[in-house]
Ligand binder design. Structure first.
Ligand code: NAD
Length: 499
């Protein structure tokens, strides 16, 4: 083993060997379905575990357990300060198991252990504690009224926030633990109960934290995990009549399907969907800052980040210099397994995803676009994709218009900032964007004119628990994070008193 290779903890090996069931009503339960789903290690293409492929009956059992817990009011009526303390204890337990969870995440998802430690655990813990703190800040308003009848009557009114009920959380595979906790924590802080379904590709870490939630004192039935396919288990969950709110993160295609089925029952939905995020580099930008910021903004987690910059529009005077600098940066990246802490780029999540990204690259190559690629990675059966720059691709190519979700970015020369802005906004998505300039006026103007839920000035992809996040256009509806985050998990009730 090399000095930079991480040694797997005994607790991780033991967890992988378990026969994983479903976490319902505070305990492990068997699925009624015979089938299992394999979990693969993207670094070598080998199976590391298997999990239950839950049936609609299993989902029904989980939702009924959640409904029962909600109706008992055991969680919603707990004093907010006590609920907060339970959630803080939950965060402490996740922190105590941080290395175990980071290793599990790298093993199932492929990402660098450094990213698992810093983001899936480090940032998740910040989010968990931030959200736990919101438990004691739920508040309404008092309202003055002008109701004129009957004569002489007076009124006083206020609003109160009440937990919505049973939440269905549906999670993608790119940040399984972090995004999972972006659903669990606000739901629980608001007094809701949750049934969460991780991606079929990356189910392990959410299963592990379910036990920690119980250990922290989250009552039975309040936090349930079902594993299974999207089209069966996921669909049964979002269509269950007892589900009051769906919090979905994933592709725009699946998000639309969920919105359509939620419409039938007017189930509340938050949709955090895909992005095809532009970076607009103006001619006065600092080239060193641009390359440093957009290498991270584009290649973090192999580009499998909804917010990642993937279309970089550069004003003509800086284009050649920046293309050369990006090429040098990409060629210096070491490609290797996530458990090798010295590797910068790691495998993508699955064989199917590797093939999908390959098809985008092949199409660009066939069109005659210039491709500048780095290291292709070890040829050991792992799902590697070489980090790649596509220079001045044809604007109609799929890789310009669709989300690749891989280590592939486009560099495009634009005559001036106005052309850059037009091309940046020429997309059906609106998740994130960035503008790079040293001119304050330009920075403010372009941050207002870029059509995206989040715009960064001189950085990209960096998010924070206190900064609302979500999409415009086809990138979703609703906002996560920030001081108003729990509003998405509450009903606002108006109370009016005559006196
Ligand atoms: P996906 O849409 O294929 O799957 C997401 C989840 O939905 C999985 O758990 C899947 O099993 C489930 N699912 C699939 N069909 C379903 C159905 N009919 N009913 C209910 N659930 C169903 O997405 P993915 O490939 O796992 O994730 C990548 C996508 O997620 C990208 O498009 C990325 O941009 C997006 N994403 C968005 C954000 C954001 O905050 N906006 C964050 C991360 C990822």
């Amino acid at each position: 083993m090399s000095a930079t290779q991480v040694e797997i903890l005994e607790s991780v090996s033991r967890f992988l060997q378990r026969s994983h069931g479903l976490y319902i009503d505070g305990r492990w339960q068997e699925s009624t379905a015979a089938g299992r789903m394999a979990v693969w290690n993207p670094a070598d293409g080998r199976q590391i575990a298997s999990v239950a492929d839950a049936s609609a009956d299993d989902v029904n059992r989980a939702v009924n357990s959640a409904r029962h817990a909600f109706e008992s009011r055991i969680w919603a009526d707990m004093l907010p300060a006590i609920r907060e303390r339970v959630l803080l204890r939950f965060a402490d337990l996740v922190e105590q198991h941080a290395e175990e969870l980071a290793q599990l995440e790298t093993l199932e998802q492929g990402k660098s252990i450094a990213i698992s430690r810093a983001f899936e655990l480090g940032c998740t813990l910040n989010w968990m504690r931030y959200t736990a703190g919101l438990t004691t800040k739920i508040s309404g308003r008092t309202l003055e009224l002008s109701i004129p009848m009957p004569e002489g009557a007076r009124y006083q009114a206020w609003t109160r926030k009440e937990p919505t009920g049973v939440v269905a959380g549906i999670v993608p595979w790119n940040f399984p633990l972090m995004i999972g906790m972006w659903k669990v924590m606000p739901a629980l802080a608001a007094g809701c109960v949750i049934v969460i379904k991780p991606s079929e590709t990356t189910p392990l870490t959410l299963l592990r934290v379910a036990e920690l939630a119980s250990e922290a004192g989250v009552p039975d039935g309040v936090f349930n995990v079902v594993t299974g396919q999207g089209s069966t288990c996921g669909a049964a969950l979002v269509n269950h009549p007892a589900v009051a709110k769906v919090s979905f993160t994933g592709s725009t295609q699946t998000g639309k399907q969920i919105a359509r089925s939620a419409a039938d029952r007017l189930t509340r939905v938050t949709l955090e969907l895909g992005g095809k995020n532009p970076a607009l580099v103006l001619k006065d930008a600092d080239p060193v800052l641009v390359v440093e910021g957009l290498m991270t903004g584009s290649f973090l987690n192999q580009g499998q980040v909804c917010a990642a910059s993937s279309r970089i529009y550069i004003e003509a005077p800086l284009f050649d210099r920046l293309t050369a600098d990006f090429e040098q940066a990409v060629k210096s990246l070491k490609v290797g397994p996530g458990l090798d802490a010295s590797a910068h780029i790691n495998p993508v999540v699955s064989l199917a995803h590797q093939h999908k990204i390959g098809a985008f690259i092949d199409e660009a190559r066939a069109s005659g676009a210039t491709l500048l690629s780095g290291d292709a990675g070890p040829g050991n059966g792992g799902f590697y994709v070489a980090p790649t720059l596509v220079v001045n691709p044809d604007a109609g190519l799929r890789l310009v218009r669709e989300e690749v979700f891989g280590p592939v970015i486009n560099l495009v020369r634009v005559a001036d900032a106005a052309e850059g802005l037009r091309l940046a906004n020429d997309t059906e998505y609106g998740l994130t964007a960035s503008v790079w300039t040293q001119n304050l006026g330009q920075a403010l103007d372009y941050s207002a004119r870029l059509q995206a839920g989040t715009v960064w000035i001189n950085s990209h992809t960096l998010i924070d628990a206190n900064l609302p996040f979500g999409g415009m256009k086809q990138s979703g509806t609703g906002r996560d994070f920030g001081p108003d985050w729990l509003d998405g998990y509450c009903e606002e009730k108006s109370v009016c008193v005559r006196y």
